[in-house]
Design a protein around this ligand. Sequence first.
Ligand SMILES: CC(C)(COP(=O)(O)OP(=O)(O)OC[C@H]1O[C@@H](n2cnc3c(N)ncnc32)[C@H](O)[C@@H]1OP(=O)(O)O)[C@@H](O)C(=O)NCCC(=O)NCCS
Length: 157
Amino acid sequence: MSGNIKNMSLRIQEVPVSEAPIELLLLADPSEEKVRSYLPRSQCFVASSHGAVVGAGVVQPLRAGAHELMNIAVPPRHQKCGHGTALLKWMVAFFRESGATQLEVGTGTFGYQLAFYQRHGFRATRIDHDFFVNNYPEPVFENGMQHFDMLRLTLRY
Ligand SMILES: CC(C)(COP(=O)(O)OP(=O)(O)OC[C@H]1O[C@@H](n2cnc3c(N)ncnc32)[C@H](O)[C@@H]1OP(=O)(O)O)[C@@H](O)C(=O)NCCC(=O)NCCS
């Protein structure tokens, strides 16, 4: 898929990584250092509506045919409106059309994000035990629960 799409008022397009909305990406990954470290070798996609950024996704090549979704985020006031789903579907289609064989993502072992990915065909393939303990300077909490392990999910095309 190339160029832009307009889905009702939603426009999704690839932007230069220098224009990535860092503040928004920090919603999905609390380490700015990490976000800035994977951005230069990634592609960034932005969803906008009526001129406002309502979503962003970052995908990095892993090896031949394989890519990793490093980040996807929708501003809190725009969540639960379908923008995240539209952006994820768009990126899945974009990499399918580019000839990719699989798209991976790492996420916590609990939370609504698990259903979000699995609904689109991602399947659990591995657990990185203590990933969030070993890779972040501060404990990572969601809804009062600490994230310890990362679940690796893979969408095979
Ligand atoms: C994950 C995220 C990108 C989804 O975007 P979104 O625009 O809210 O998603 P959608 O509106 O398409 O909804 C997808 C599903 O997620 C659910 N959802 C979205 N935000 C939610 C929230 N804060 N709490 C609980 N469920 C939520 C929706 O209810 C919907 O489920 P349903 O189909 O059963 O109703 C967005 O919630 C987000 O930015 N979260 C914070 C960052 C994050 O966790 N990123 C993923 C890292 S692994």
